[in-house]
Design a protein. Structure first.
Length: 105
């Protein structure tokens, strides 16, 4: 499955457009991760904990997107857009959503 943010794939003509597909992932940050991230925020630097959580959520959303495209008979998704949001009480949840167009190349 080819996943691309571009509307076309160079050298690979799109033979059929199958429709919009989406994938979402919502993850909660636990208390210990939050506590260590807060310490990192105070002393400065990057929060590896949140970076790992963000990468994990992005992978889940893209995997779901690819699965939905495959179920439609697609072998690629073009025009992918990724969105990131925080949800819930005290912004305790992270949501990553991915959308694109399933195609046959």
């Amino acid at each position: 499955m080819i996943l691309s943010t571009t509307p076309t794939l160079e050298g690979r003509p799109i033979r059929q457009y199958l429709g919009v597909v989406t994938g979402e992932a919502v993850l909660g940050a636990n208390v210990f991760k939050d506590m260590f991230a807060n310490v990192r925020d105070i002393v400065g630097g990057r929060s590896a904990t949140y970076e790992r959580e963000l990468a994990s959520a992005r992978k889940m959303a893209l995997d779901e997107l690819a699965q939905r495209a495959s179920e439609l008979g697609g072998n690629a998704v073009v025009g992918i857009d990724l969105d990131y949001e925080v949800l819930g009480a005290a912004n305790g949840m992270l949501m990553v959503s991915a959308s694109g167009t399933a195609v046959v190349i």
